[in-house]
Ligand binder design. Structure first.
Ligand code: NAP
Length: 566
């Protein structure tokens, strides 16, 4: 069976033909390559960067660090990796994450099947030969029977929409395209636009190095202290005992994307099992307080119903607003930093170290650009409310065209020749966030309509990789060459995604969750908000049914089968 699908070198076309082509060699791409290769498929991963690391490769700004705990922000599929890797800190810095992925690539001998420095420019499904035709920016061409896009949900940076941006004559750097080596900030005047996760991590570290910093803050977001620290032998002892349980809980959890690691049992149980509304108000605050002391991304996600119960959400939001005062004391400054009046969780909260305290430094000024938006850039700096802030370096921590950007920025075309960008112009509809009508044998990891960014992405990626691999194995066993998702299945899932989003406050706030940060992007919740357990259940039902929502074709049934490679 394997031989039937082990593809030959198509010398006539001067291109290599693979069973599976994978876009991206980050967390999902590496795992996909490993799993499918173990299953006997001939696989090639094409990666734009010179090495693995995924989004982390490019985000090398000072302070770049994962705000999900390292013990759960890593693979669980390999006993070898589990046994041999050890994280140094509670939250891994960007360099350590890259080292981890680079080590995994070497340890599992994946490098020989990865083509680095290979950014895909176009990917077209050719209905004549029923193959995916990929071309890189370097002009190399590859053919594949299946095409998996694991390009990352947060990997396409966007520039802020500010008049005259290109007039600025100083150095301008986006956090997601940080140069190596980075700039020397000593004595420099630095401007920062953006106080999301990236800005929150970067600001304290650059403020320590530079002469003067102006932070142009628009939305005041909910912020939580990470309380980072080295991981000890005792931590690892705990981890080895509880690892399976923590991972199982992550799979069962509706909102616990970060995991609840080393929390007291009575506090840790809440996100999975307790609705805040069933507790007295004092109890809610007591739990939040304990979580605050523990630190980390899960503080605000203490209660299962935080995202749909107004009373619970308001308590959590108020808790964070009040906490600002404990960092900066001074009432005037605290008011300027207090989270805005939007429901907690509808915009990705930030996690960091010394973020609020940084605004107490004499060399840091906070410029409120909510009330008076940035008017324009000049050669020398940033103009707000008629005042020009002169700077030498402008840092743009202005975010990403999330979830869809990495796919629509490439010329991906399905069977009809229509591009993905055109297909999604009025919004995204997918089957399980994985497949798409008119795009046969094409699969997305973390695509729109999957829970991706609202869950622990590494865990959800692993689940999707295995699911897709199971689909491909089943096709091989049955001699099927082409899988096309049924339109009615896609519509039914799109309806579910939309319905789930109405149960919660998601649409209420401008954020990248709904594409509001990209001019012209259809406003729509990009992820499935129904939780990981419901998603896993839907995927498992589909797998157990023999992938009944797909139509499969045998080689002989395909039009003009004579041109097909076999
Ligand atoms: P982001 O959360 O989208 O933040 C972008 C920031 O730029 C916001 O503060 C935004 O203000 C501001 N901005 C954009 N245009 C502006 C303008 N014209 N004027 C003033 N301000 C402007 O982007 P990010 O911080 O890069 O983070 C994106 C996502 O990446 C995160 O939410 C997270 O999921 C992921 N991430 C994760 C980690 C991690 O540790 N795991 C680290 C970094 C990033 P508004 O809010 O008002 O639009």
């Amino acid at each position: 069976m394997v031989e039937e699908h082990t593809v030959t070198n198509d010398a006539a076309r001067g291109a290599n033909v693979y069973d599976v082509l994978i876009m991206g060699a980050g967390f999902a791409g590496l795992h996909g390559l490993h799993r499918l290769r173990e299953d006997g498929f001939r696989v090639l991963a094409l990666e734009a960067a010179p090495d693995t690391g995924g989004a982390w490769y490019w985000n090398s700004y000072p302070g770049a660090r994962c705000d999900v705990e390292s013990l759960v922000y890593c693979y669980s599929f390999s006993p070898v990796i589990d046994a041999e890797w050890r994280w140094s800190e509670r939250y891994a810095a960007r360099d350590e994450i890259c080292q981890y992925l680079q080590w995994v690539a070497t340890r599992l001998d994946l490098r020989k099947d990865i083509r680095f420095n290979s950014r895909i420019a176009k990917a077209h499904f050719d209905k004549n030969d029923q193959l995916w035709h990929l071309r890189t920016e370097n002009g190399e061409e590859f053919l594949g029977r299946h095409f998996i896009a694991s390009s990352g949900p947060i990997s396409t940076p966007i520039m802020p929409n500010i008049p005259g941006l290109s007039d600025f004559r100083g150095q301008m750097i986006h956090t997601a395209r940080w140069p190596t080596p980075g700039p020397d900030f000593a004595g420099k005047r630095v401007g920062v636009i953006g106080t999301g996760s990236s800005g929150t991590q970067l600001i304290p570290l650059v403020a320590e190095q530079c002469g003067q910093m102006h932070v142009f803050m628009r939305t005041r977001n909910y912020y939580m202290p990470a309380r980072n620290r080295p991981l000890t032998d005792e931590d690892y002892e705990w981890w080895y005992k509880n690892r399976d349980d923590v991972r199982a809980k992550l799979n069962r959890s509706e909102i616990s994307g970060g995991g609840d690691i080393m929390l007291d049992e009575d506090i840790a149980k809440h996100p999975n099992s307790t609705n805040g509304i069933d507790l007295r108000r004092e109890e809610r605050f007591e739990i939040l307080e304990k979580r605050w002391e523990h630190g980390g991304a899960m503080i605000g996600y203490a209660f299962r119903d935080v995202i749909w119960n107004p009373e619970v959400n308001e308590d959590v939001s108020e808790f964070f607003r009040k906490k600002v005062h404990t960092f900066v004391g001074d009432a005037g400054l605290a008011e300027k930093l207090e989270p805005g009046k939007f429901p907690f969780g509808t915009k990705r909260p930030t996690v960091g170290t010394d973020f609020f305290e940084t605004f107490l430094r004499p060399n840091v000024s906070l410029v409120d650009v909510k009330a008076s938006p940035i008017e324009r850039m000049t050669e020398k700096g940033v103009v707000v409310a008629g005042k020009e802030y002169e700077i030498d370096i402008l840092i743009l921590a202005s975010g990403f065209d999330a979830v869809t950007g990495a796919l629509t920025s490439i010329d991906i075309r399905g069977e009809s020749g229509r591009s993905l960008k055109e297909t999604w112009v009025d919004g995204t509809a997918t089957f399980l966030g994985i497949s798409l009508v008119d795009f046969p044998n094409f699969y997305m990891i973390g695509g729109p309509g999957s829970p991706s960014v609202l869950t622990n992405v590494v865990r959800t990626n692993e689940f999707q990789v295995d699911w897709i691999a199971d689909l491909l194995c089943q096709m091989r066993e049955n001699g099927h060459r082409i899988a096309k998702v049924k339109p009615e299945a896609q519509q039914a899932w799109a309806d579910k995604v939309e319905k789930a989003a109405t149960h919660g406050f998601w649409g209420k706030t401008d954020s990248w969750y709904v594409g509001a940060n990209v001019p012209g992007k259809k406003r729509q919740i990009l992820a499935f908000t129904g939780g990981l357990p419901a998603y896993r259940k839907a995927c498992n039902v589909e797998r157990d049914s023999g992938f009944s929502q797909y139509g499969f074709s045998h080689l002989a049934e395909l039009a003009d089968a004579s041109v097909l490679l076999s």
